[in-house]
Design a protein around this ligand. Structure first.
Ligand code: SAH
Length: 372
């Protein structure tokens, strides 16, 4: 048993079974043993690889989108450039480097990072210090400044806790984490009322079907959407997920690039759930922001000029480097890779024309950007 498994078993013995949301929150965020607080999740030697870690091109293209959005907003100065869950900070570094095609952008942007892990904050501080002196860290979106805002979040919402509701004999039960006879963590059921599904009333769930709900994700979107409506701005949310509600169990644990039993190693495996983008869009709309139809990551990166960026980086390089760039582009945008699995949701203040999402925008030419 991991140390966190022991700690959770004590808690369950004292207070009874906990919800899947409480279990996820403890696995990822426990102050002593939480996954993001002590593990190195990213990269080949970690547990999983995220898009910004696959290639600098990902953050650069998000950066070009961000610059164009800032221009569409009327170049506010200053404005808050916020990233939620920045991991190693790679996306922000690549974004800022790409944004140098418009020097006024860097002068106007005040970087705000929402990150709960002290260890990852330290990594972010160190990679960003080469770039700029000032960045501010936040425990939550609530303390972001009240000013024009552009928010970026890649693989952040999948880390937020979900609850699981199971259809049992025509009624509903909640999936709980308790202990089996030998004292090991085990799933169980607790009868509950019908879950608050944000459906239009027509979701029919067969016996055994699981519906997932989240209170953390809509709460964060609500706060962001209110700020976009009040102060202007946009948000770009990239994650794996579905347009819900869907009757499926999406809770998954990943450890050393393999799926694992979510109860096997609490605190030592990454734990995620697919994001219900319908809930995020509806919540944003209700709070006064305008959501765009969901698009796939491949379409986003393709539309932002992935092919020309890859070609420009490949120019004059060895065959090995060219191959690596090609395979990185395939991994990020290919149909059997992240390109279709990952989705992109854009939100904005009402009336703002967003690059790529609205009309016949033509992304920046790469001529101005160095090949660093
Ligand atoms: N965006 C990065 C990292 C994704 S991993 C990338 O694409 O590589 C998830 C990130 O969210 C980590 O930085 C983790 O510490 C952070 N995180 C997870 N839950 C959080 C929460 N509730 N509040 C703030 N940050 C959180």
């Amino acid at each position: 048993m991991t140390q966190l498994a022991e700690k959770l078993a004590d808690r369950i013995r004292a207070n009874g079974p906990i919800t899947v949301a409480d279990y996820m929150a403890a696995c990822l965020g426990d102050r002593e043993h939480g996954y993001y607080l002590h593990r190195e999740p990213f990269g080949r030697r970690g547990d999983f690889v995220t898009a910004p870690e696959v290639s600098q091109m990902f953050g650069e293209l998000v950066g070009i989108w961000t610059v164009l959005t800032w221009e569409a907003m009327g170049r506010p100065k200053p404005f808050a450039l916020a990233e939620l869950g920045p991991g190693r900070g790679s996306l922000m570094v690549d974004l800022l480097r790409a944004s140098r095609v418009r020097p006024a952008f860097e002068a106007a942007a005040q970087v705000h990072l929402v990150e709960t892990s002290p260890r990852l904050r330290a990594e972010q501080r160190s990679v960003l210090s080469d770039f700029r002196a000032a960045a501010e860290w936040h425990d939550s979106v609530d303390s972001l400044p009240a000013e024009a805002l552009i928010v970026i979040a890649n693989e952040f919402f999948d880390a937020l806790p979900i609850r699981q509701h199971i259809r049992v004999s025509g009624g509903w039960s909640e999936r709980m984490v308790g202990l089996d006879d030998s004292g090991r963590l085990a799933f169980g059921l607790r009868p509950t009322a019908a879950p608050p599904i944000n459906a239009d009333g027509d979701l029919i769930v067969a016996d055994g079907g699981i519906v997932e709900t989240s209170s953390a994700a809509p709460a964060i979107i609500h706060t962001i959407a209110e700020r976009l409506a009040a102060h202007g701005g946009a948000a770009l949310i990239i994650d794996y997920g579905y347009q819900g509600p869907a009757a499926a169990d999406t809770l998954q644990a990943v450890r050393r690039h393999r799926y694992d039993d979510p109860l096997a190693a609490p605190g030592e495996a990454d734990l995620t759930a697919h994001v219900d983008f319908t809930v995020l869009s509806k919540t944003a709309e209700a709070a006064g922001a305008a959501p765009r139809p969901l698009i796939e990551q491949g379409a986003f990166l393709g539309g932002m000029g992935l092919a020309s960026r890859a070609a420009s980086l490949a120019m004059g390089k060895t065959a090995d480097v060219q191959d690596a760039l090609r395979s990185a582009a395939d991994q990020l945008a290919g149909p059997d890779a992240m390109g279709t699995l990952f989705k992109v949701l854009a939100l904005s203040q009402p009336g703002l024309a967003l690059p790529l999402f609205d009309g016949d925008d033509s992304p920046l030419r790469w001529s101005g950007m160095s090949n660093a």
